[in-house]
Design a protein around this ligand. Structure first.
Ligand SMILES: Cc1ncc(COP(=O)(O)O)c(C=O)c1O
Length: 386
């Protein structure tokens, strides 16, 4: 992995854009024949939306996807003028701004169709609308029973609405063989067929997220929407490691050791004294905490590489810091503590933290807070901050 050569700072999340580009190319190879939408919602799962969007497009992604309209509008403001979709709308949302910006908007129900139709007419533009089918996830999307009406109403307003996409989302794609996968695919085929028979001519039909992109070619249709795999994290440990899929983790989270001190045996450590030194020892202070996204739930368990050895968080993770027991090892203030990264320098991975905090690796990378500067490496020459 690239050595960290920059000025030491309290903490940093190093974002390896060369890895991201290679991941996008690997995913495109798996879904040859389909376009790839780079899912960059939630600031690209904590990696930085603008830089990651640019890198993904450089590597052959043709679409960008976000959850909220504000995220999509921010990408337009940053100069991304290609295909862009957002899918999480609430009543009174910025429909008109999205229509005027040429953003594909997702519609799951009649209230949304009515709002986007009115906004398009007010703007004197035709809205690009992707109809979302609930094929079994039971979250957003239109139920099969309500689909004929939604499709009919969308197609009867061609002055205001163009149906550019038909799409859905899986519930259990990270569990290959789960019976819901084939069931959802069958429902999706039916709902697409119904809409097309009714006159829809979508540019794209899509249902695959990262796990489906990696394991289920029958789900690729015209487009795959990849998030977590693009960031080099496996959608689930049961599915395989990133390396099994030719992927490399993009984010490395590191901090500078803030203090090393000798304490006697029997010394309580951090709030609540949930760790007590078993012998006289050296404690190391790691200056990141739950305000930075280090899960408090990983108190006593989260792994960190310091001085060439894995340590566990000793006691509680606090808002801004936690402590590790260094034993007799020689570690100096300013030495690097690596919480997670690709794993090939011996450091833990986001998956290790997910296990320690009883969560998924998606959450580990996405929750890294804005107080942690992102340091971009391997940007293409010519990009604004390279
Ligand atoms: C609608 C939709 N599509 C695609 C994705 C990308 O999923 P993944 O990160 O598993 O690729 C998400 C993320 O949760 C999503 O909400």
């Amino acid at each position: 992995m690239t050595a960290m050569t920059h000025t030491p700072m309290r903490a940093r999340a190093e974002i390896d854009l060369a890895a991201l580009r290679a991941n996008v190319r690997a995913l495109r190879a798996r879904a040859a024949g389909a376009q790839l939408m780079a899912v960059v919602k939630s600031d690209a799962y904590g990696h930085g939306a603008v830089r990651c969007a640019r890198a993904a497009l450089d590597a052959g992604a043709t679409w960008l996807g976000t959850a909220t309209p504000d995220e999509a509008l921010a990408l337009r403001a940053a100069g991304f003028d290609g295909p862009l979709m957002c899918w999480l709308w609430t009543p009174g949302g910025p429909w008109r701004e999205a229509v005027e910006a040429g953003i594909d908007v997702s519609v799951s129900g009649m209230w949304a169709l009515e709002e986007v139709t009115a906004a398009a007419r007010a703007a004197g533009r035709v809205a690009r609308v992707q109809l979302k089918a609930d094929t079994g996830l039971g979250r957003n999307g239109c139920q099969p029973a309500d689909w004929p009406e939604l499709v009919r109403r969308a197609l009867e307003a061609p002055d205001a609405v163009k149906v550019t996409g038909l799409w859905s989302h899986f519930a259990c794609a990270d569990e290959p063989g789960h019976p819901s996968i084939d069931a959802q695919l069958a429902v999706f085929h039916d709902m697409v067929e119904h809409a097309e028979k009714a006159g829809a001519e979508p540019e794209v039909r899509h249902i695959a997220n990262s796990p489906a992109t990696l394991t289920l070619p029958a789900s690729h249709f015209d487009l795959v929407r990849t998030g977590i795999a693009m960031y080099g994290v496996s959608p689930s440990p049961e599915l395989g490691t990133p390396a099994d899929f030719g992927l490399r983790p993009v984010m490395t989270l590191a901090a500078s050791v803030a203090l090393v001190k000798r304490v006697p045996q029997g010394h309580g450590v951090s709030y609540g004294h949930h760790y007590v030194t078993p012998a006289e020892t050296n404690l190391g202070l790691i200056p990141v905490g739950y305000a930075d996204g280090v899960p408090r739930h990983a108190s006593g368990t989260g792994p960190v590489l310091v001085g060439g050895t894995w340590r566990r968080v000793a006691g509680r993770v606090a808002m801004d810091q936690f402590v590790v027991d260094l034993g007799e090892d020689v570690v100096e203030p300013g030495d690097e503590a690596v919480l997670f990264g690709p794993g090939d320098r011996g450091e833990p991975t986001a998956e290790d933290w997910a296990r320690a905090a009883d969560t998924i690796a998606y959450e580990i990378v996405t929750r890294i807070g804005s107080r942690v500067p992102r340091v971009y490496v391997d940007e293409e020459p010519g990009s604004p901050d390279s």
